[in-house]
Write a new protein. Structure first.
Length: 282
């Protein structure tokens, strides 16, 4: 069946590479600078970055430059698609969508740049759903309907082991970070309107993670759902959280356990977890 729509996303979506290959999803890399070395984020190893962050080595993130999008779009256009849907990390966190729009203006087929207002696997699951619709031969309008539904219904929660890195990145105030550390307060955060907001707080990591799991289960509903946990240097804890989620949800469709994007890890720090629940019913 001829594919009428090409799907493009960015590396913060944590789409597994085998899934991207199978569904023809193009992934544009954000850039990460650790000390004096700049690379596509896929080339930065998590242990290397975690050590740098703990040693206060400067870490900076940058969106892909417009040419990175242009060549992906040009390849898609050359394949004969009717439209390109390009789905990206929240504009409240990155200028990735702006770079995509600059490139889209140079392409001869329609390019729809979508600010997902999410990131991580909570971006990845809607991207995968859109790519599955595109692979089935759906029209651009049909693919957008699937995408918009999944973006609306998906929840992204975040646990951070320390508030230090969010404070460094300007996500919270210095006094709030100090109080949190002094009292061992661990926040449960949520992506809301495209930015990180506090949802719950608890004393200690176990209580915070129980709150996160309970919230994720409530928001997942009782129907089929895609569930994912991603982590930065916290594999054992991530597996425990994923097992807890799956044991409490009646209709888990897709289960994903991934290392988080290095870009996300640069802002959340070692020990961070992301939880994504994306109801699959339309």
């Amino acid at each position: 069946m001829r594919r009428r729509v090409a799907i493009v996303t960015d590396s913060t979506a944590s789409v597994p590479l085998d899934v991207a290959d199978r569904l023809g999803i193009s992934i544009v890399q954000l850039e990460l600078t650790v000390g004096d070395e700049q690379n596509d984020e896929r080339r930065v190893l998590h242990p290397q970055m975690a050590e740098a962050m703990r040693n206060n080595v400067p870490v900076a993130t940058n969106p892909p430059p417009p040419p990175a999008f242009y060549w992906n779009y040009a390849d898609a256009a050359a394949s004969g698609v009717e439209a390109i849907i390009s789905i990206h990390i929240s504009e409240g966190m990155s200028q990735t969508c702006q770079s995509a729009r600059i490139a889209a203006a140079e392409i001869g087929v329609p390019v729809y740049v979508v600010d997902a207002r999410l990131t991580g696997l909570s971006l990845g699951f809607p991207v995968i759903a859109a790519a599955e619709a595109a692979a089935s031969g759906a029209t651009p309008h049909g693919v957008m309907n699937v995408l918009e539904h999944r973006l609306r219904s998906t929840t992204q929660l975040l646990y951070v082991d320390t508030l230090e890195y969010l404070q460094r990145g300007g996500r919270i105030g210095r006094a709030q970070a100090w109080v949190g550390e002094a009292l061992s307060i661990k926040p449960v955060l949520i992506m809301k309107d495209g930015v990180i907001d506090q949802l719950h707080k608890a004393i200690g990591p176990e209580r915070a993670l129980r709150k996160a799991v309970a919230t994720a289960v409530e928001r997942a509903g009782r129907g089929p759902v895609d569930v994912g946990v991603e982590h930065f240097e916290a594999a054992d804890r991530a597996k425990q959280v994923l097992d807890a989620l799956c044991s409490q949800l009646p209709q888990v469709r897709r289960v994903t356990l991934e290392e988080t994007s290095a870009i996300i890890g640069a802002h959340t720090g070692p020990g961070a977890l992301g939880i994504a629940v994306s109801p699959a019913s339309f």
